[in-house]
Design a protein around this ligand. Structure first.
Ligand SMILES: *[C@@H]1O[C@H](CO)[C@@H](O)[C@H](O)[C@H]1NC(C)=O
Ligand SMILES: *[C@@H]1O[C@H](CO)[C@@H](O)[C@H](O)[C@H]1NC(C)=O
Length: 416
């Protein structure tokens, strides 16, 4: 009985594939612009709309750290490094702080990797605090607003909460000294203490050249229905199970490991990027944090992202129409994933694929070096420009203090 019904679905699925090819041949149209504001916003040019002053810090806050561990350049948190390099030569940079709209502090707080490449943010709070102490005593601009016209790149799992475990991150909260600043971070989840109002959610860093080198001709059919590679359980850190990915990944495995429509496994093949280009849907479930580089990979490789992470705030959500490109599935609905995905009408799938094929969508997900118009750097600058002019209330009266320099865990107050 079970085999019979799968047989039926496979027949329907093959028909759908034929349909897809026919459609592409007939129409010859593979990309589509987003109508309305979204597509236009992505192509905005930030130059002339904001001026950024880059603080010059001793190299121990940035370059020396990178010299110690060059792996940071290819890590998913590398945006903090490339953002610095990019701003130094960007036309939005001003050398005159008096005319700056935004102040940027180049500090590589997440470049601290274990031998296995896991980033540990334990020193980040002290390092960040030390950098803020430095800029606030050497320049008058921090005290003027206590950081409200400053932005910081905090790409770690839970942003400026600086812990990789969610419970601990929540307990810590956003570093008190960053409470007025604008945070540019990968972490995005609604109603979460680690995402404050006004933050800019960005994609994680994924190596652009490497992805480019794995592109296959777009004419190759997408013969895989659902694709996923990654952990289902994290036995090392979650021995009892159920806590990792709030059980969503375990549910994917338990329900669909034998389902022929699902190409899922923990084995990471060398053809991973090619496989994504041969798949219709790519699962992007939460892990320890709601986001993962899969989202970027799915967009780049034109595989419809199936986002399984309740309340996630996706990168540049004010500019990218994620509902049109991807599919959202509630964590509790994972057991019905097969029905949910097979009942999406073909035209809807084709439209999502055409939108994904739009180069401006892909460009916004990447941090190429040197930077290019429309890339993630430019989207960050656009996001900052859209927040201007600053409200007058950000400027403090002379001598007025809002931040508490001694708040937070005592260990964070130790010198860095
Ligand atoms: C900013 O305020 C702090 C006290 O909160 C003070 O120590 C520091 O010198 C001030 N910076 C400048 C440039 O005046
Ligand atoms: C600042 O935080 C510390 C530690 O939580 C607290 O003891 C102190 O009272 C706070 N100061 C102010 C002015 O709120």
């Amino acid at each position: 009985m079970k085999n019979l019904s799968w047989g039926f679905i496979l027949v329907v699925f093959s028909a759908f594939l034929l349909n897809l090819d026919a459609f592409e041949l007939r129409k010859g149209q593979k990309t589509e612009r987003i109508s309305g504001s979204a597509g236009d916003v992505l192509e905005d040019d930030p130059v002339g709309r904001l001026k950024v002053f880059v603080y010059e810090l001793p190299s121990k806050y940035n370059k020396k750290i990178l010299q110690k561990d060059p792996r940071c350049l290819n890590h998913m948190f590398a945006a903090e490094i490339y953002m610095h390099r990019f701003l130094l030569s960007s036309p939005v940079r001003t050398l005159n702080p008096e005319e700056a709209d935004w102040f940027y502090t180049p500090v590589y707080t997440t470049c601290d990797l274990t031998p296995n490449g896991l980033p540990l943010p334990f020193k980040s709070p002290r390092m960040m605090r030390s950098a803020i102490q430095l800029i606030s005593s050497n320049w008058p601009y921090w005290n003027r607003t206590e950081g409200a016209d400053h932005f910081f790149i905090v790409p770690h799992d839970f942003g400026a909460c600086f812990h990789y475990q969610e419970e601990k991150a929540i307990e810590r909260g956003i570093l008190p000294l960053l409470q007025r600043a604008t945070l540019v971070q990968t972490f995005g989840q609604k109603n979460h203490v680690c995402l404050k109002e006004g933050s800019i959610t960005v994609p994680p860093y994924a190596p652009p050249q490497k992805m480019q080198s794995h592109l296959i001709p777009p004419s190759i059919p997408r013969s895989i229905f659902v694709y996923f590679r990654g952990l289902f359980y994290d036995v090392g850190n979650d021995p009892e199970g159920g806590y990792y990915a709030r059980g969503a990944r375990a549910a994917v495995w338990e329900n669909f490991k034998d389902n022929p429509l699902f190409d899922i496994s923990t084995e990471h093949p060398t053809t991973y990027y090619e496989d994504m280009q041969r798949a219709v849907f790519c699962l992007c479930p939460l892990g320890w944090a709601p986001w993962s580089p899969r989202l970027v990979e799915a967009v780049i490789f034109g595989c419809i992202p199936v986002i399984i992470a309740d309340d996630i705030v996706l990168p540049f959500a004010d500019a990218i129409p994620w509902e049109d490109i991807g599919v959202y599935v509630d964590e509790k609905d994972v057991p019905n994933l097969d029905t949910i995905l097979t009942s999406i009408p073909t035209e809807v799938i084709l439209r999502k694929q055409r939108l994904l094929a739009n180069p401006s969508m892909k460009q916004a997900m990447l941090f190429p070096h040197p930077a290019q118009p429309g890339d993630a750097f430019h989207q960050i600058l656009n996001g900052l420009a859209r927040k201007l002019p600053h409200d007058k209330s950000v400027y403090l009266r002379k001598g007025e203090k809002v931040l508490n320099w001694t708040a937070g865990p005592v260990a964070d107050l130790k010198p860095w």
